[in-house]
Design a protein around this ligand. Structure first.
Ligand SMILES: Cc1cc2nc3c(=O)[nH]c(=O)nc-3n(C[C@H](O)[C@H](O)[C@H](O)COP(=O)(O)O)c2cc1C
Length: 185
């Protein structure tokens, strides 16, 4: 699978098989995060791999995170705001998205999770002062046909077309993309 194929194939997956993620696969995914670009190469990130079901249940109390404890692996992305005050969140997000793409390449489903109480997560996982919890990723082999939330969201809010989100030279001047939105939804 090339990078473009992985990007186009990826969809948020919110239901997973119980099959564990092999250690070698997990390590490749983490490696994809490690190699991400960051401002001044400061790498202001730390990733906590959570497989313990009790901890996962405690992480899944957010309104849109109920499915989290079904995932064999949850990765909690933390950013060091003292090390890189301006870019810690963006850098950590880039590393997490690298992991998402690597996970797709491994045949895994994934979902970003922003629905959590940061203070609760910090306490539960003993995240030190100076770090913020940026987002979590749920990872697991997809259970087909169970992702109702995904279906509803993509129905009510489809991906925007390129001509809606790209300008030429100045904001609002159309680049006139002829073959727009081949990648629906
Ligand atoms: C920063 C961020 C936070 C998100 N938080 C949640 C979440 O808490 N729960 C959830 O079910 N999906 C969450 N999502 C997934 C989005 O709903 C999903 O990416 C969007 O609907 C587009 O669908 P797609 O990922 O299948 O293309 C989040 C995505 C991002 C990027």
């Amino acid at each position: 699978m090339d990078a473009f194929e992985a990007i186009t194939k990826r969809r948020s997956v919110r239901s997973y098989l119980e099959d564990p993620i092999p250690r070698s696969v997990l390590e490749r995914i983490l490696e994809a995060g490690r190699l991400a670009p960051s401002a001044m190469n400061l790498q202001p990130w730390h990733f906590i791999v959570v497989t313990d079901k009790e901890k996962q249940r405690a992480l899944s109390t957010g309104r849109f995170a109920r499915f989290l404890s079904e995932a064999p692996v949850v990765i909690v992305g933390c950013g060091n705001e003292r090390l890189s005050p301006k870019w810690y969140a963006i850098d950590t997000a880039i590393a997490l998205q690298n992991m998402v793409i690597a996970a797709t390449n491994e045949g895994l489903g994934s979902c970003w999770i922003g629905s959590f109480d940061e203070m609760e997560v910090k306490k539960l996982l003993k995240v030190p002062e100076g770090y913020r919890v940026i987002a979590m990723l749920a990872l697991g082999y997809p259970r087909e046909g169970k992702d109702l939330i995904g279906k509803i969201i993509s129905k009510v809010r489809a991906k925007k077309r390129l001509n809606e989100i790209v300008s030429a030279e100045e904001f609002g001047i159309s680049l006139n993309i002829k073959n727009d939105s081949t990648q629906q939804p």
